[in-house]
Design a protein around this ligand. Structure first.
Ligand code: BDR
Ligand code: CA
Length: 308
């Protein structure tokens, strides 16, 4: 078993989810990987999670999760990640299979068997919320929930909503109100850490297959960002939530009260981060990320994929 914190990575790969999985396997002890509908439909995100697990030589099983949010229809991010979640990137062939256990059952069982487990959700919070609904004690059993989602600032899908929260706001509110120890890597933080062509070029110099796949992932997302008029760079959103557990010294967090807007006509899916300086505001329930040492973070990400 690897050293490092025990992690269950809940994801919707997704270019940045795939990179986050590499980082999690390098610096954490990944117990399991659960898939959720998000960037792409569940079949796609599950296939991509399994492909990444195989590429990374992961001993963790992949568990298929929820195909729909708690309320409403599934929403995807094909404009950014392509219809299959990883654009034109083809992961190497493998012979691994998906576990027969449902992701929600796995989350409950695994956190009953072991203490000190961090959940690292990198997509909509549907699986985590379903698990908490069925077993509210899960929130206090886990070491914490380090999630990528929301923003203490501008959104991406709407002016104020970030994709993972917007895709399932009711689930996000269950998680925020659960009493769990929560670290939030929102857009205000994750936009500080961006990849570019020079990073992809460095990965291409490596002989490791993992590095070649990571370079292909970056090339593809840079092409997509460029065609969306955002330049040849991409924010490394999901890897931030892994580093928030494995290397918290690289980030600055502040305790805040966070709730999710589930009603607003213009604001549904917003993370309402209470930044008032006045006393008497509700007690902090979330450690909100405000700053990341992006240079050190990048070096860790590159080395995770360069190592054969
Ligand atoms: C988040 O949404 C997805 O597109 C990314 O994988 C990340 O988890 C950023 O808003
Ligand atoms: Ca994601």
């Amino acid at each position: 078993m690897r050293d490092g914190p025990q992690l269950i990575v809940d994801c919707d790969p997704g270019h940045d989810d795939a990179l986050a999985l590499g980082l999690a396997h390098e610096h954490g002890n990944v117990l399991g990987i659960t898939s959720v509908s998000g960037n792409a439909p569940l079949d796609d995100t599950t296939r991509n999670a399994l492909g990444m697990a195989a590429l990374l030589g992961s001993s963790a099983e992949v568990y298929r999760g929820e195909a729909r949010p708690l309320v409403g229809e599934p929403r995807h991010a094909g404009g950014v990640h392509g219809t299959g979640g990883l654009g034109r990137v083809a992961l190497p062939k493998h012979d691994r299979v998906i576990s027969e256990l449902h992701a929600v059952d796995y989350l409950i069982e695994a956190t009953r068997k072991r203490s000190n487990v961090w959940l690292v959700p990198l997509g909509p919070l549907t699986n985590i919320a379903r698990a908490i609904e069925r077993d509210p004690m899960l929130a206090s059993r886990v070491a914490g929930i380090s999630l990528m989602g929301g923003s203490a600032g501008a959104g991406n899908v709407t002016a104020v909503a970030e994709f993972n929260i917007w895709a399932d706001p009711e689930a996000a509110q269950i998680v925020m109100a659960s009493g769990a120890h929560i670290r939030m890597s929102g857009l205000n933080l994750t936009r500080q850490w961006q990849s570019d062509d020079a990073i992809a070029a460095r990965l291409k110099e490596s002989t490791s297959v993992k590095a070649q796949v990571a370079a292909a992932i970056l090339d593809d997302i840079h092409d997509r960002m460029e065609s969306l008029g955002r330049g040849r760079r991409a924010a490394l959103h999901d890897p931030c939530a892994v580093l928030a557990v494995t290397h918290p010294e690289l980030l600055r967090f502040e305790g805040r009260h966070v709730t999710i807007e589930t009603e607003g006509v213009y604001t549904r899916g917003m993370t309402v981060v209470d930044e008032r300086p006045t006393p008497g505001i509700p007690e902090a329930n979330v450690e909100v990320g405000y700053q990341i040492d992006s240079k050190s973070a990048m070096e860790l990400l590159l080395r995770a994929f360069e190592r054969a």
